[in-house]
Unconditional design. Sequence first.
Length: 407
Amino acid sequence: MLGRGKRLWSRSKRLKSSYDAVIIGGGLHGLATAYFLATRHGMNHVAVVEKRYIGFGGAGRNTAIVRANQRTQENLPLYKEALELWPVLTQELDFNLMFYNCGNLNLAHSEAALKAMRLQVASAQFHGIDSRLIDPKECKELVPALDVSDRLRYPIYGGMYHPPGGIVRHDAVVWGLASGASQKGVDIIQGVAVTGIGVQGGRITSVETDHGTITTPRVLNAAGAYAAAISCEMLGMRLPISVLTIQAMVTQPLKPILHHVISSGTYHCYANQTLKGEVATGAHMDPWPNYTTQCTAHYIKHQAEALTQLLPCLKGVKFMRAWAGLADMTPDMAPIIDGNDPVRGYYLDCGWGYFGFKSCVVTGKYLADFMASGVCPQILRPFTGRRFEQHRLMGETPALVHYSPDN
Ligand SMILES: Cc1cc2nc3c(=O)[nH]c(=O)nc-3n(C[C@H](O)[C@H](O)[C@H](O)COP(=O)(O)OP(=O)(O)OC[C@H]3O[C@@H](n4cnc5c(N)ncnc54)[C@H](O)[C@@H]3O)c2cc1C
């Protein structure tokens, strides 16, 4: 009967007074970790506490691009496994995550960009990831609608093609993980905000919420753009994270013209065509930290100009919807994944910037190992927050970035 469908996850009647672990944030990383705690470690006395509704944050706003061709030795193995996990998880959850491995084409618009790509391709290939450099003619063969002439403001010099990447339906990931975790007994509590974290003798003891206190020995801060504020305000731990807005939009539905994800750092534009025919496109971040999720005319104009330069056949096509979300940026564009330091039982998974969708499942899997055993898995160790004070920053971005109004 219409409107009486079976709920995907159970509505918990009330918040219990104690849990083995409390996860702050019903986003991608919080739900994935809860799912793996329950399925791999039998830890189902776990609550995911979400102040709005699951998927409210970046989880429900991202452009759903997944790929493994990152830049650095520390990041590549994580993202490689992440990409391999989508079909596995689809089977395991028995839930169609709509993984479409259509391939990613990242365009270069100068000799310098091609050189940087050559290094990135070599690093990816070293880790067994399919990534290659192609020339403008091959770019055109892959994406016939692409303008590879020298009429462009920034002509195309070549591209980095990564066949196994693509897109996954982001809402399906949220719903599938929530459903899987809930079936294993995890409580998914929506509309409840975490307002404080209790610590005694250097250990986590409780979590305060606007619906009461929960006693627990473990807390995971997976609050996305709000993770740094939570750490600072509730525990006095300052994290080097700036919060910036990313805007995105979709065009009206079109017949199929774009069969790959394309992106261009120079034009600050990435795009793919959804199964519904809309061209979904994301822009660069707003240039200074803020917490707004408002769209601006500037980016709508910018995207229209960039898209119609690269794909002239889109001239005259209308944008149908625009939206914005928040990105938690670290100076080296790599996340902070940490635990038990300096507070025993306090775990962090944040600073994902615009990479937090593609990485959520693999991170949840290893973070669950970490939280269940107390021992950080090897693959997560490079992401400790201590790297910033030890001057061991990663090179996921060509230059370290301090996001400020002066950018
Ligand atoms: C426009 C846009 C495009 C993007 N495109 C991509 C992409 O193509 N590929 C990619 O890999 N990544 C992309 N990202 C980034 C990705 O969406 C994020 O990195 C990812 O969502 C981070 O996941 P998370 O679980 O850490 O946080 P979120 O998904 O943001 O979840 C955090 C949750 O915590 C909740 N919360 C906050 N404070 C509290 C509190 N006090 N108590 C309880 N709950 C709280 C929030 O309501 C939220 O639901 C994009 C982001 C944006 C905005």
